[in-house]
Ligand binder design. Structure first.
Ligand code: PMP
Length: 291
């Protein structure tokens, strides 16, 4: 790993040491982001950096985290400096805000600290085709719209009982409404070409989700945010998931329902999405932050 931006300065990875009394480690109170940088013909371009940092700012505000290094303009400069330290432009970048060592009080917690690290990842390839099981373990929706550590507890438990052949799981909430997969938003395509996705009361407001809604809308494909009972899944003909790290994954099956991973809407969308990451869609070029 290269340098790490820790509490406002760049340090070597070997200099970063946290002890077992880290508040965030013990109590899972932690805000973070996952951001992707692409090697484009015009050099490295961070995809939707401003939107990721705005979501990070909102998460920190929600947790009451304050720290001068968390300001979006400071984070933007730090991300750009980190990216410049790599030879490849294909990177995964993770800002984290966490609470320092000290575990004896929950009401007066220690200082908020922050870091950003980046690591090279493989250049993006074709969208993978995956099978989704339906989780028996429901997903709590109370804080689902926030990118905080506690939201990974339900998927963590659910994935433990994943069946053979299931690449990931789709999680209903306690009332049987579709939420997300372990760490990706989900979209379903109806036979009449409508694309539906859960409302953000039932999922993280994913940045890739937002990109996909915009790209589909640009193509006049209707996208509807609605409650989706898990029992209605057999009514759909195709599905895909979205996330920064995994981009688009095409779904061939959800539980017992077979779906078309080669559906024309999916084919065009994966092309449009790739073009958008490379800065090749003229009305979406503000999504590419060139470093
Ligand atoms: N839901 C969860 C729980 C996630 O962790 C993520 C990110 N991995 C997503 C959805 C997708 O969000 P984004 O497109 O912003 O990466």
């Amino acid at each position: 790993m290269s340098r790490i931006y820790l509490d406002g300065e760049f340090v070597g990875a070997e200099e970063v040491r946290f002890g077992p009394m880290l508040f965030s480690l013990n109590y899972a109170v932690c805000a973070f982001e996952g951001i992707r940088c692409y090697a484009t013909p015009e050099g490295p371009a961070v995809y939707r950096l401003a939107e990721h940092l705005e979501r990070f700012r909102q998460t920190c505000e929600y947790l009451g985290f304050e720290n001068a290094h968390l300001a979006p303009e400071v984070q933007t400069r730090a991300v750009a400096d980190l990216v410049r330290g790599f030879e490849t432009g294909d990177l995964y970048i993770r800002p984290i805000a966490f609470v320092d060592e000290g575990i004896m009080r929950l009401d007066a917690h220690p200082a908020v600290r922050s870091c950003i690290f980046a690591m090279p990842i493989p250049a993006p390839g074709p969208a993978p085709v995956i099978a989704l099981g339906l989780s028996d373990h429901p997903r709590s929706t109370e804080t689902i719209s926030r990118k905080i550590s506690r939201n990974y507890f339900d998927p963590y438990l659910g994935l433990k009982s994943r069946k053979d052949g299931d690449d990931d799981l789709l999680f209903p909430d306690r009332g049987g409404l579709v939420t997300e997969t372990s760490a990706h938003n989900v979209f379903l395509v109806a036979g009449d070409g409508r694309v539906v996705t859960p409302k953000t009361t039932h999922c993280l407001p994913g940045i890739t989700r937002d990109s996909v809604i915009a790209l589909l809308t640009d193509r006049d494909v209707p996208v509807i945010e609605q409650d989706i009972p898990a029992r209605s899944i057999p009514d759909y003909v195709a599905a895909f998931t979205t996330s920064t790290a995994s981009e688009l994954r095409l779904v061939s099956r959800i539980a017992d329902t077979d779906l078309d991973p080669d559906h024309p809407i999916l084919r065009r969308l994966t092309e449009d999405f790739r073009a958008s990451t490379l800065g090749q869609i003229s009305n979406r070029r503000e999504w590419n932050y060139h470093v």
